[in-house]
Design a protein around this ligand. Structure first.
Ligand SMILES: Cc1ncc(COP(=O)(O)O)c(C=O)c1O
Length: 389
């Protein structure tokens, strides 16, 4: 009797580094220990009421119970085009340059299947959100890490290897505001990225999942506003983080019509779109969500400022990004990130994410997700300050 094999590509996926830490957390919780989970970036606040109301109304409409339009409803795509014009001055054709996604992760994970075939080089930031790497691996492409270094403000350096040269590049992932570092990019950086891609005949994929989570009043730019971007770039947006909608699974891709068509073709063979009632709720969020987004910014910005100050008072080196609800910090004394996270769990009852989980260049850092209510965050900061390293 022979057991059937699995797809060998699964063996190439990086190990899930947090398994051991997660087990420890679960064991501590079972023992009755109070653990403050600042590991995963899942907003603790509820989805704003007007979005829930829009969903409740839409879900009663039987015409929306059928298979959705694969590309997204016309109303959704038009709302996205309106939003991109209002927020970024980017003009999009809702028929050909916008695609609904079952959360931006779904589109990011599938993009290499659409744009990068077997063996094609896909450049992924290190440290970076893991699906850039794993999506390329699953598509049979060849992921290549490029470093985001502290000395360069966690921005890509197009004048250094591996991005300088990189003649065979097919696809480059960028992510600003950046997870895990909180760094933001300027329009000038996006112009350089577009020039880099066009020189090489490569695609650019910009993950803007945290585009609305900025705290210094300056809206981070869209890569699509850079000259030439509509010929080579696709940008991913998400409703998850802006409107506390992680569970709803809705986002979009927009940009080059060729890239959008290719991604839509891949998806039409794999999924059947986003529940149309969820899209109706997303339309309400996009068209009427400015005040809710601003309230989110005020609340999360306050958390960020207070926690960064508390950690700095406790002697931590905190990176000063003005966006995302993450705090990226150097580990005390440069100890390995997994050991740092383990000690935080054991000695402070605080769960953080070890930087090494985002790639080798994340070693020596940990990430705190500020997705707990203020009183719990204050308690977490007090407990962290009391740890002797
Ligand atoms: C950088 C980044 N991009 C994309 C996503 C995916 O978000 P969603 O699939 O909920 O839109 C996340 C989620 O944590 C993220 O951190």
């Amino acid at each position: 009797m022979k057991e059937p094999p699995l797809n060998p590509r699964l063996a190439d996926l990086p190990p899930y580094l947090f398994v051991a830490l997660d087990r420890k957390r679960e064991a501590a919780v079972r023992r009755g220990r109070d653990i403050i989970n600042l590991g995963i970036g899942d907003p603790d606040l509820p989805t704003p009421g007007f979005i829930v109301d829009a969903m409740a109304e839409a879900v009663r409409d039987p015409s929306l119970h059928r298979y959705p339009d694969n590309r997204g409803s016309e109303a959704f795509r038009e709302a996205v085009a309106w939003f991109m014009r209002e927020r970024y001055g980017v003009r999009l054709d809702p028929a050909t340059e916008v695609l609904a996604l079952i959360g931006s992760k779904e589109g990011i994970g599938h993009l290499p299947l659409a744009l990068a075939g077997r063996g094609c080089a896909v450049y992924a930031p290190d440290p970076g959100y893991p699906p850039y790497w794993t999506g390329a691996l699953l598509a049979g492409a060849r992921p290549v890490r490029y470093p985001l270094l502290e000395g360069n403000g966690f921005l890509p350096d197009f004048g250094s290897r591996p991005l300088a040269g990189a003649r065979g590049a097919r696809l480059l992932f960028l992510n600003y505001p950046n997870n895990p570092t909180g760094a933001t990019a300027s329009p000038g950086l996006f112009s350089r990225a577009v020039a880099w891609a066009l020189e090489r005949g490569a695609w650019l994929a910009h993950d803007a999942a945290y585009a609305e989570a900025f705290f210094d009043g300056a809206r981070p730019p869209s890569v699509l506003a850079a000259p030439g971007a509509m010929r080579c770039a696709v940008e991913f947006h998400s409703l998850s983080k802006t409107f506390n909608m992680t569970g709803w699974r809705v986002g979009w891709a927009c940009g080059s019509s060729r890239a959008i068509r290719a991604l839509a073709e891949v998806k039409s063979n794999i999924d059947s779109g986003v529940f149309t009632a969820v899209q109706a709720a997303a339309v309400a969020a996009l068209r009427r969500g400015d005040a809710a987004a601003q309230a989110m910014r005020e609340r999360l910005g306050g958390r960020r400022a207070r926690c960064a100050a508390a950690l700095e008072r406790a002697g931590w080196r905190v990176f000063p990004g003005a966006a995302t609800f993450y705090l990226w910090c150097a580990t005390p004394g440069g100890i390995p990130s997994a050991r740092c996270a383990e000690r935080l769990l054991e000695r402070a009852g605080v769960m953080a994410t070890p930087g090494a989980g985002f790639g080798p260049r994340g070693e020596g850092y940990v990430r705190f997700a500020l997705t707990a209510v203020e009183s719990r965050l204050s308690l977490a900061m007090e407990r962290i300050a009391a740890v002797r390293w």
